[in-house]
Design a protein around this ligand. Structure first.
Ligand SMILES: CC(C)(COP(=O)(O)OP(=O)(O)OC[C@H]1O[C@@H](n2cnc3c(N)ncnc32)[C@H](O)[C@@H]1OP(=O)(O)O)[C@@H](O)C(=O)NCCC(=O)NCCS
Length: 164
């Protein structure tokens, strides 16, 4: 049973764990999970972690009482030439979040999201965006933290949080 977690700023050496969280996000349904290597080399997902950590990247990692990472949320600025699924506009960072399965529904996701929103404000960003599949309950979490749907595709939504 998970115990307490704490949250710290993400650093360059967290790259591998953040890759794990990209895999969790890609495999959120839990059914027929795709292999880590396949996900992290795919055009769709590699942009969220390749070259971590760049100057404009920011993130937080939740760690257990033994300092083992259990979840992470981060954002990065993706160019219009290589947009993410939730790309809105140049200079609007895109958010990625994942929590290890055993730790889900213990508050880590919401805590990570709040820390990241607060960092984005401190850094002067006016908006953060993300992309979420319509049937992922994470959508409800995002909505409850102030994200609104700005663009709808048949199976997924782009959501944006206005920070100012
Ligand atoms: C989405 C995710 C990051 C949320 O992190 P988490 O630590 O589980 O979230 P929290 O514990 O902070 O819960 C946030 C809210 O979601 C609700 N929730 C948690 N698990 C849930 C579930 N399985 N079904 C429905 N609601 C759920 C909680 O009740 C909570 O709401 P509350 O505060 O009103 O009780 C995590 O579940 C995850 O990694 N999922 C797989 C990867 C993923 O889908 N990433 C997002 C891709 S867009």
């Amino acid at each position: 049973m998970p115990e307490d977690f704490t949250i710290r700023a993400a650093v360059q050496s967290d790259g591998s764990f953040l890759g794990d969280m990209v895999v969790e996000a890609a495999n959120w349904r839990g059914r027929s999970p795709r292999a880590r290597h396949e996900i992290l080399t795919s055009v769709e997902h590699r942009r969220y972690i390749a070259g971590w950590m760049r100057p404009a990247d920011a993130g937080f990692v939740a760690v257990d009482s033994d300092d083992r990472p259990i979840g992470a949320a981060w954002y990065r600025m993706l160019p219009p030439s290589d947009p993410g699924l939730g790309f809105v506009e140049t200079a609007v960072p895109e958010l990625i979040i994942g929590v290890q399965p055993i730790w889900r529904a213990h508050g880590a996701g919401r805590a990570l999201l709040r820390r990241l929103l607060s960092r984005a404000r401190e850094q002067g960003h006016r908006r953060l965006s993300l992309s979420v599949e319509r049937d992922n309950f994470a959508r409800t979490l995002y909505r409850s933290e102030g994200f609104v749907v700005t663009h709808a595709l048949p199976d997924r939504d782009t959501m944006v949080h206005r920070l100012s």
